[in-house]
Design a protein around this ligand. Structure first.
Ligand code: ADP
Length: 384
């Protein structure tokens, strides 16, 4: 591979959302040129990348053309045109993560089957073609309440997931090919970000704990480190290592895990890219997840993942009921909070629960960081 630093090397990134933006910022720190493909000419990465191509990362021709003059191609979103990437790979382009891993991860059905085939703990599941097939399975007792239905493709941030507790919830069933999973009696939701580089070196970030917004089914707070036992921490790391090894994965993989009320751990799902559950690494760990991804795919040694200070990450979400030109009401007071670091993604329009930015509070202990993060939640309102 051509020397990526301070040269005419071109890193191509499919997607220019907030994850793409933060990836380009990390690349800029080590003077690596980044070129982004995104359908939106005003996407978050437009101000930070070396060059933006406006086009769809789901479109075969757009991705194939985009890849022609890039040295390495990576993604900040998993819903991309894999056929085009496969063609580029076949022509000798370096694509990380590889298309085999991407195609398994893109489809929640194939993902679950991968865990089962490799004896990686995950909740029991079955695959269904449509809602009629699920209703038939309910009628003959193959599926029983409560259960979770997930569309195999296209879901994100809780969209494409339905939780059915009893017959009264039947109207929540989603149309399309789906996975039906046994409901896990969740005690904690944690995440591990693991990186594997081209040479096969693997490093895990210590696990973090997630707390969800009850209305929007997306992460509101993230705590680093997670309050779990050493045994659970080791188990999470072993599961994460086993997944990247079995996939022969290169890049960053975010692993979402459940710990149930009996202390059993299950893999929920993975994402083949920097992830919401790793934002706090920018200020709270020795190496950020974004730099780690670059190290992994550009052939460098992985950085230390050690926590430097406890941290709480809060997603800055669009206030419910507001849509239009964004206003960050109350941000002055919040920026006065000691140890609070703001990342505003640059989306012009706010919508109910849209991810508009995040803040990471670092502090000497997690309890004081939590108090400060709560202050920010109470005082910062994203309105129009
Ligand atoms: P997404 O890809 O949209 O984030 P997830 O698979 O992570 O979808 O599911 C969203 C949320 O739904 C999870 O964070 C968890 O709270 C809940 N959930 C998902 N699967 C299960 C399950 N098998 N049992 C209980 N809750 C689940």
């Amino acid at each position: 591979m051509k020397q990526p630093i301070s040269s005419d090397f071109k890193l191509g990134i499919l997607g220019g959302g907030q994850l793409g933006k933060m990836l380009t910022l990390a690349a800029s720190n080590i003077d690596v040129n980044t070129y982004v493909l995104d359908p939106n000419g005003e996407c978050p990465a437009v101000t930070t990348c070396t060059g933006l191509t406006v086009g769809s990362f789901n479109d075969y021709d757009a991705v194939y053309q985009f890849g022609q003059d890039k040295d390495v191609i990576t993604v900040e979103i998993e819903s991309v045109n894999i056929d085009a990437l496969r063609k580029l790979e076949g022509e000798g382009k370096e694509v990380y993560p590889d298309t085999n891993s991407l195609s398994i991860i893109q489809d929640k059905g194939l993902q679950k089957q991968f865990y089962k085939d490799n004896k990686i703990a995950t909740s029991a599941f079955a695959l269904y073609e449509d809602t009629d097939a699920i209703k038939a399975a309910l009628a003959n007792g193959t599926v029983t309440y409560p259960f979770v239905q997930k569309l195999r493709t296209g879901g994100y941030d809780g969209k494409g997931v339905a939780v059915l507790k009893n017959e009264a919830d039947l109207n929540l069933l989603l149309e399309g090919k789906s996975v039906v999973e046994q409901m896990v009696d969740i005690n904690k939701e944690i995440a591990v970000i693991v990186a594997r580089n081209i040479k096969g070196e693997v490093k895990c970030f210590p696990s973090v704990e997630m707390e969800f917004n009850p209305k929007a089914n997306l992460v509101e707070f993230l705590f680093s480190p997670a309050a779990i036992s050493d045994a659970h921490e080791q188990e999470a790391e072993q599961l994460s290592r086993s997944i990247v090894e079995h996939l022969d994965f290169v890049g960053l993989l975010a692993i979402e895990l459940f710990i149930d009320n009996n202390g059993e751990m299950f893999v929920n799902e993975v994402a083949p890219r920097p992830h919401n559950s790793g934002h706090q690494t920018i200020e709270g760990n020795m190496t950020s997840q974004y730099e780690q991804h670059l190290r992994a795919i550009l052939g460098y040694p992985l950085g230390s993942t050690a926590i430097t200070l406890p941290s709480v990450m809060i997603n800055i979400l669009g206030e419910e009921g507001y849509e239009g030109n964004v206003i960050y009401d109350g941000i002055e007071n919040c920026m006065a909070v000691e140890g609070a670091n703001f990342h505003i993604y640059g989306k012009k329009i706010t919508k109910s629960f849209r991810k508009m930015g995040h803040a990471t509070v670092i502090d000497k202990d997690l309890e004081s960081a939590k108090k400060k993060a709560n202050y920010i939640k109470e005082h910062l309102k994203v309105i129009a």
